[in-house]
Design a protein around this ligand. Structure first.
Ligand code: HEC
Length: 163
């Protein structure tokens, strides 16, 4: 309980966490294999890293232009149990960024890799690190199955207005 209160109080002092402004704060990320001059944030740190896809098992996600309602419904259930404690469906931050617009900010592959391979993405990914600097909490791995990750992604699309 107290922990939440503290998080919320911290939250009140920090600017909105939803935007995709990649701030250029110097970060103290662990960057194990640190690039040449680590003063520049993100991007060029690891040339083999693909920031549109992120790192993880999902390389190509098939997404139909229309919503798969069954998947979205199941994704909503997963959301209520495992994600809603930290993510709102609006653009308002709770512990993590609100999910409004999240499918426009990131690719399906990125989102599903982040959802299932969270720790590694937080170590490597410029956008994830920018969010971490704002949110100040490392999202814990939620142990999603591949299907759950796909279904939650479909629910995010529904939340972003896909019909
Ligand atoms: C304990 C809090 C917490 C829970 C539970 C949580 N997250 Fe997160 N999530 C965060 C935080 C905090 C961030 C921002 C990055 C960071 O600081 O780790 C984030 C970021 C994200 C992002 C990137 C959002 C963006 O706008 O770039 C996605 C996608 C995401 N979470 C998916 C999920 C999914 C899917 C679940 C449920 C299965 C979930 N999260 C559960 C805290 C949480």
């Amino acid at each position: 309980m107290k922990k939440w209160a503290i998080i919320l109080i911290i939250g009140a002092f920090v600017a909105s966490c939803g935007g995709d402004k990649s701030s250029d704060n110097q970060s103290s990320e662990p960057a194990a294999a640190s690039g040449p001059s680590a003063t520049e944030p993100a991007k060029s740190e690891n040339p083999s890293y693909d920031p549109t896809r992120g790192s993880g098992k999902f390389t190509k996600v098939d997404v139909s232009p229309t919503l798969d309602k069954a998947m979205a419904d199941n994704g909503e259930k997963v959301y209520s149990v495992k994600c809603s404690g930290c993510h709102k469906l609006t653009d308002e931050r709770l512990v993590g960024p609100g999910w409004a617009g999240v499918t426009g900010r990131n690719t399906a592959e990125w989102i599903m890799n982040f959802s299932t391979n969270t720790a590694e993405m937080l170590d490597k990914d410029p956008k994830a690190q920018a969010q971490l600097e704002i949110c100040l909490v490392r999202m814990p791995n939620q142990n999603l199955s591949d299907d759950e990750a796909r279904h939650v992604y479909e629910f995010m699309r529904k939340n972003d207005g896909v019909k």
